[in-house]
Design a protein around this ligand. Sequence first.
Ligand code: SAM
Ligand code: SF4
Length: 324
Amino acid sequence: MLRDRYGRKIDYLRISVTDRCNLRCVYCMPESGVIPKNPRELLSFEEIEEVARAAISLGINKIRITGGEPLVRRDLVSLIGNLSKIKLLSDLSITTNGTFLEDYARDLKEAGLHRVNVSLDTLNEEKYEFITGSDGLRKALQGVEKALQIGLSPVKVNMVVMKGINDDEIIDFVKLSYDKPVSVRFIEFMPFGRNLFWEEKRFIPISEVKAHCRSFAELLPADGLPGSGPARYYRIKGGRGTMGFISPLSSPFCSRCNRLRLTSEGKLRPCLYSEKQIDLRKILRENASGEEIGSLIKLSVSNKPKEHYCGAVKVNRAMSQIGG
Ligand code: SAM
Ligand code: SF4
């Protein structure tokens, strides 16, 4: 089992498979865009699987695939298929913007994917276009429907709440969680160095979001969702789904943090906000053994900071580059 210096059990690895994305979300990409990595710079699927196997042998049992947009990486289904066969992996999920999900959901499920998180910040087409630079709202909603239909369960819908941008839709998302068996998660807008869209005036603490939801309906506690890490879940009486509230800025959940992150070019990061990353690609390409990879995974665990200070520390990379 992996434990860090502060006694936290580390059992969750987020793996980014690409820094590319078909969308340009205002809160994620720097305005100037990111220069995509040369494919040689990315870990191959075999390399990702080697890291996953080493991590699982040390006690990681949950893996989430992310990006950039993971579904733009060719043949992702085969990676899912191979990861799902590794013994002792109990939870395999992806985070996606959903625009290609309708096309891939069935294959992903058949390959062994357990569940999916879809990022969706608005249900309004014009606003979707403003936030993402794309007209893909219908595709994203169809992706959610397909995931529900084929049982990629639970389907979580992540909404980054931004004042003056989409906060007028909070109740629409509450209603979504009432009408459909999805878990809507309201997430605080986080600052990242080169993204200039983050401004204090656009930030809403999650307590305000929750109070707003409570003004609409009574929130009853609902626990026990798979992968319910930092979120506390609630439901409305008679509702089919649930709601979660995630507050990385106003009340960080560092004391319960259980994760490591692997970037698409093979850097292992102990915390989203830490620059203490370890280059695994180098040793993978020098044919390192599982033990050697494992010892660097342990080193990364020992580098986990007690907490992050994201108000003060500016991460110099976009979320799409680190892997959200
Ligand atoms: N492209 C996929 C997607 O959008 O779901 C996966 C990668 S994306 C970087 C992962 C998550 O990071 C998304 O849910 C997105 O909303 C979140 N994210 C990106 N920038 C953020 C920010 N500044 N504050 C809060 N969440 C952010
Ligand atoms: Fe792409 Fe996801 Fe970032 Fe939006 S949040 S730009 S979909 S990586």
